[in-house]
Design a protein around this ligand. Structure first.
Ligand code: BDR
Ligand code: CA
Length: 318
């Protein structure tokens, strides 16, 4: 299989915090197939569906992609201070359009936050990257338990927020809307963050030529991806594009090949009070608030490069 980077550098250790979720599934696939990444563990969080559902999905997906040995720890079942919300675009199973063989069993841990902390501190300072593609409840709880976790990780790459329009309200994106208090807590902590919001991830909208290539490829992975995209396109719309966007794999691609995504420093705050703008990410790149930047905010995605990377790992689509 093709590799996006030509270097023979050691793979980067990554812990994935997720709520699979159709686009989460593509992120897991990318992580497992890319030689640039060593997926050392997965933590799950209630988001696209309930915690039991997304946790089973994470285990089933790892097995389906040939890596059942990757440990999965079950994380937080509820947002910090609110009732859970689930997404509709992924269906009742969280992986609408194609059901995977069920292999899910006992997790590596039922204390996902503890597992996350143990994994971070089992690595040297600055070594482990966290990719967070669901509501940020686990990360916020980890900061509560051990605030020094922020200094120990290399970087947190987050899919969340909406610099312009939202997908849960006029201004809020799902992951931030589902647990705005956690999003605020995570953005306030002192770690290096790359934040990929909807303005960035909408640039990944599936080109129709790619959807057609997947549909006519007999390989079971291509067929499964095609079925998921068909389903996802019914509930997930991308402004100005025909196909749905794959938000979450953008975050994994950002670790695999940082050159795919340009960023700017920004101060980002999350609204946790107003019923009208709950979960809004307020982006200040002009210094209005006089605050130091707390994230590198994704601005431009190399869409062609992103799809070349992903398709390069899907057998039979050459
Ligand atoms: C985010 O919300 C979820 O539905 C997706 O999995 C993605 O993480 C996009 O707003
Ligand atoms: Ca997700």
């Amino acid at each position: 299989m093709m590799s996006s980077l030509k270097s023979s550098a050691r793979p980067k250790p990554v812990l994935l915090d997720c709520d699979p979720g159709i686009d989460d599934a593509f992120a897991i696939f990318l992580a497992l197939k890319s030689p640039e990444i060593d997926l050392v563990g997965v933590t799950t969080v209630a988001g696209n569906q309930t915690l039991p559902t997304v946790s089973n999905n994470a285990q089933d997906l790892l097995a389906f992609f040939g890596s059942p040995q990757v440990p999965v720890a079950f994380g937080e079942a509820r947002p910090l201070r609110r009732d859970p919300v689930v997404a509709t675009s992924h269906g009742l199973t969280g992986l609408g359009g194609r059901t995977l063989p069920r292999v899910a069993g006992e997790p590596a841990s039922r204390d996902g936050v503890g597992f996350l902390l143990d994994t971070v501190f089992a690595h040297r300072p600055g070594e482990l990257t966290i990719v967070a593609i669901g509501p940020l409840t686990n990360l916020a709880r980890a900061l509560e338990r051990r605030p020094e976790v922020a200094q120990h990780v290399h970087e947190v790459v987050i899919m969340g927020g909406a610099n312009n329009a939202g997908n849960m309200s006029p201004v809020a994106e799902f992951n931030f809307f589902a647990d705005p208090d956690a999003a605020a807590c995570v953005l306030n902590a002192d770690w290096k963050i790359r934040l990929l919001d909807l303005t960035l991830t909408w640039q990944s909208a599936v080109p129709s030529s790619i959807a057609q290539r997947l549909a006519r490829t007999a390989d079971p992975i291509a067929q499964t991806f095609s079925a998921w995209l068909d389903f996802y396109s019914q509930g997930e719309t991308t402004p100005g594009a025909d196909g749905p966007s794959l938000h979450d794999p953008c975050a994994m691609a950002a670790v695999i090949d940082p050159s795919l995504i340009s960023t700017v420093p920004a101060f980002v705050a999350v609204e946790t009070q107003s019923p009208w703008t709950l979960g809004e990410s307020v982006v200040d790149t002009a210094g209005y608030f006089g605050r130091e930047p707390n994230v590198q905010l994704g601005t431009t995605l190399d869409r062609e490069g992103f799809w070349r990377l992903l398709m390069g790992y899907i057998p039979g689509t050459e």
